[in-house]
Ligand binder design. Sequence first.
Ligand SMILES: Nc1ncnc2c1ncn2[C@@H]1O[C@H](COP(=O)(O)OP(=O)(O)OP(=O)(O)O)[C@@H](O)[C@H]1O
Length: 603
Amino acid sequence: MPWSFASPYVPPQHHVNNIPNFSDDPVVHPAPAVARPRGASAARRSSRQHHRLPVEDTQNADNVNVNINFDAYESVPVEVSGSNVPAPVSGFDEADLDEGVKRNIERCKYVKPTPVQRHAIPIACAGRDLMACAQTGSGKTAAFCFPIISGILKGRSASSSMHRSAPIAYPTALILTPTRELSCQIRDEANKFAHQTGVKVVVAYGGAPINHQLRVLERGVDILVATPGRLVDIIERERVSLTKIKYLALDEADRMLDMGFEHQIRKIVDQMHMPPPGIRQTLLFSATFPNDIQKLASDFLSNYIFLSVGRVGSSTELIVQKIELVQDADKRDHLVNHLQRQKLHGANPKHALTLVFVETKRGADSLEHWLSRNGFPAIAIHGDKVQMERERALRSFKSGVTPILVATDVASRGLDIPHVAHVINFDLPRDIDDYVHRIGRTGRAGKSGLATAFFSDKNSPIAKGLLGLLQEANQEIPSWLNQYAEYSPSGGGRRRGPHYSIGSYGGRDYRNATEPEVQKCNYYSTIGNADSSVECYTDTTSYVDTSHDIEDSNIDSSFNSLNISSARSFNNHPDVNSDFYEVGRVEEDGPRGYASVVATGWD
Ligand SMILES: Nc1ncnc2c1ncn2[C@@H]1O[C@H](COP(=O)(O)OP(=O)(O)OP(=O)(O)O)[C@@H](O)[C@H]1O
C-alpha cells in the first residue's frame, strides 16, 4: 500500500494543543500523582547547561539522517584497560588486516575507522580476548568481523581453503546473536567483508526449515552466525562440531548472558567441545554492559582487554530524545499527532521511517490494525509471527512501502535499518538498557535521529534511569521527570545488577572497581516510620541503623557515609511489597553508586 497521510482520523483538539512541537519550548505537563516540591537536586539538574554536538537540525523530519557526521564520535571518551594493550590505529591501512579484507573495506567505502574500530581491530588482530562496549550504530559489527575474517585468511593453507562436502561442518569462527534478524544481518555484513576471499559465511536460526540450513552447512563453513537455540539443535544432531573454533564472538553480549540465554550459552561454550578460553579467542560486544554481566562474561575470557567507547549504557548525542508525559488512554491520539506532524514537515516516507515500540505482541497487532484503519500504513513485527511474516514486515518497512513498523523488543537490538528517522517508545521498556538499544535504531553511523517516549505513571520505575541517561547525553530534561525520578523506586530501571550499580552510566571495567561495593541493604519497617531500620552490607563492612525515621538520616560507618534520602517514598509507593527499592546514594568521596533495599515487614 502506498504511503498516504490522507487519514480519516482526526485527533481531538485538546490533544493537539497538548503536544509539544519538535521546535516548541517544552510543554508544561500536569504533575505526577506522587509529585512533591522539587528538591535542590532537581533544581540543579534542570538548570544544567546543555552542550550538544553540532548535528544537523532534526526538527524537520525530512532533514533527519541527511548529513553524515562520522566525526561526531571523535570526542567520545575511550577507556581501555588490561595488560599490554595494543595501540589503536588511525586508519584501516595501519591495521594488521589481510589485504583481501582491506580491499573489501575500500569496496564498502569505509574511509576511516570509527573509534571502536580504531581500538578493537588492533586488539583483536593481536589475538587478544576483548570485552567491548560502544554506542549503538558505531560500527561494532565490522570491529569484530574484520579481524575474524582476516585471521581466517591468514591462518589458511592452500589445501584448507577448499571446502569439501562433509556431513559434519567444522567452522573456524562462531558468531552468536540473540535474534534471527540480527543473525541474517551479520551474515550479510560478513559476506560483504569476505567478498572474493573464499571465506564462507553460513547462518543458522530458528523458525526456518532446518534441512535447508543443514544442506548449506554440508557444503562447508568458515564463519557460522547463529542464534543459540538452533545451534544447539544442529550440534545435537551432530551436523556441526565446535572443536575447531578459533574465534567466538557474542554480539549483544549482555543480552546473550542475561537470564533468557545464559544457560544455552554456557552449554554451547562449556559443554559442546569448544576449545577453552586461552585457546580460542573470544570477543564480546554490546552497547550496554552492566557490572554483573561483565562479571559473568569474564568466565568466557582469558586475560582480556576491556574497551569502552562513549559511556557504558549511554546513548549517543546524535539522537535527540524527547520524553513526553502521556497517559495510556491518550497514547494513540498522541501518536497520530506525531505522524501527522511528520507529514506537515514534508517527511518523505522512503527517507523517514518511524519505528514504534510497544510492550506486548498483542499490543503490536492491535496498534498495527488501528493505524492501518486510520490511514497510516503500518506493519507489526514480534515473536509470535512466523519467520516469513517477520521477514516480510522488515522488508516492507526497510523499502518504505510500509513506513511505520510497530515492534516489540524483538527489533530493539542490533538492527541496522537506514532511514529510521524517528523511534517512538509508545510503551517504555522496564529496563533502561532496553531503552538505549531501542532508540539506537535511529541516529546511526554519524547520522542524527529523533527518539520520542510516551511516559505514563506506570513508568516511574524507569524515571531515574531515564534521567541519568538524558543527563549523560546532554538532552533536555522535562521538570516533571525530576519529580518522578526523586520518588522512583529501584535501581533506576535496571533489571539486573543485584543491588547496586557503580558509577551508574560510567564506562568502567568492573575489575578496576576498588571501592567497597554496596552489596545489599535491607529495610525493615512496620507500618509508618516507627521501628524502621536499615542494614547495609558492603564487601568490606556492614552496618545497621535503627533510626525511627529513615528519611534524611546519615549513617556513618568506618568507611564512609550513606545518605538515606529517598526512603520516604516507600510510604507512598503503591507497589511497596515488591522487590527492591533504592534508599540512598553513596555521596561525595565514598564509593559511588546506588543501593537498593528490600522492603519487608510492611503491612
Ligand atoms: N568505518 C565505517 N565507515 C562508514 N560506515 C561504517 C563504518 N563502520 C560501520 N559503518 C556503518 O555504520 C552502520 C552501523 O554499524 P553497526 O550496525 O555495526 O553498528 P553497531 O555498533 O553494531 O550498532 P548496534 O549497537 O545497534 O548493534 C552500518 O550501516 C555500517 O555499515
